[in-house]
Design a protein around this ligand. Sequence first.
Ligand SMILES: [Mn+2]
Length: 399
Amino acid sequence: MSATISIGVGRSADSLGESDRWARQALDMALGRGGDQVAVLRQNDVYEFFGGMSKGVEKRDKVRTRVIAASISDFVRASDRVYIMGHMNSDLDSMGAAVGMWAVITKGLEKRAQIVVNKSQTMAEQLIESLETAYPDRKIFIGPMEALQEATDNTLLIVVDTHSINFVESRELVDRLKKRIIIDHHRLMVTRIRDTDIFYHEPYASSASEMVTEIVQYINSSAIDSIDAQALLSGIMLDTKSFVLKTGVRTFEASAFLRRCGADTVEVKKLFSNTLETYKEKAQLVSGAEIYKDCAIASTSWESEGMRVTASQAADELLTIEGVRASFVLYKNGEDVNFSARSLGEVNVQVILEEFGGGGHFTMSGAQIKNISMGEARRLLIRELDKKLPEDEAAVMAE
Ligand SMILES: [Mn+2]
């Protein structure tokens, strides 16, 4: 087992007591982001981070999962309905995790539940369609506006695959509903949703779908049918890049359970299929990439509906090139430039894109810079790489 050291510092507080509180808060933040770093808290929610370039050490506890599952059941039983919501531009992991929770709540605990999603902006279209076909007489999905109208004071909100108020599908719904549960695996961000009843945060889990797969087994495993299991498995496969990244023992244990529930791997693979058009766009991005400090950088000013998905797939693809440790794909979105970044685990892409207000985790992150040209965005990225990846670091990290 390898140990890491984290330090929390509280600076320029008014009293010794406050300073102590801030230091503890900063330490929690450093650990929640994966440890091996220093967090300095200066005033309310203004943090500075240093370090954090090593890989996370797996440190999880199944007892905790069981306790969490039991208290989630209690909250569900005490509510009159449940909304489950992922992040905006929902992907297979956020939808897979949401489907898992939906299945166990409606079929296992027999409570009314719905998944809040903006169907016009999702990357999990095929998954949503396959569920609607499988359950024609259940209204599984609901739009954010309609959910807001139907919400009551006793409605429970479960947020999966994000914990940031900036990334949730509907911010209004978070503000409206006071009973909140968060289930997420992303590294802790300062924009976390406050006042939650359960904050289940596991930065060492591969995916939100893996976390939910564990939870459902403690609540009622017979509630998971093959179609639900496929949704969960697709989430795990997306976030691990088919069991390559962030894959631990528990990732395989969760997947084995899903297979036992009848998940068909060929059906799951179909959820990842592309149109010829997106395939061509991806190939174009990959072939135009340049390598800088072992990072592949690709960009396009071409705007298309599926660019978000294409860019993230291109970023994945770039990692398969020999000698590439991380990849960055930049694409235009109106006046803004979006970033999609991946890493094989040596370079922390979260820390790099954090500079642009982005988030995510060590090996996968994203960001958006408003009102900027592509050339300027590239320059900013290069400047960050120069700052965060000094020349001699390649040698240090290879050790
Ligand atoms: Mn995820």
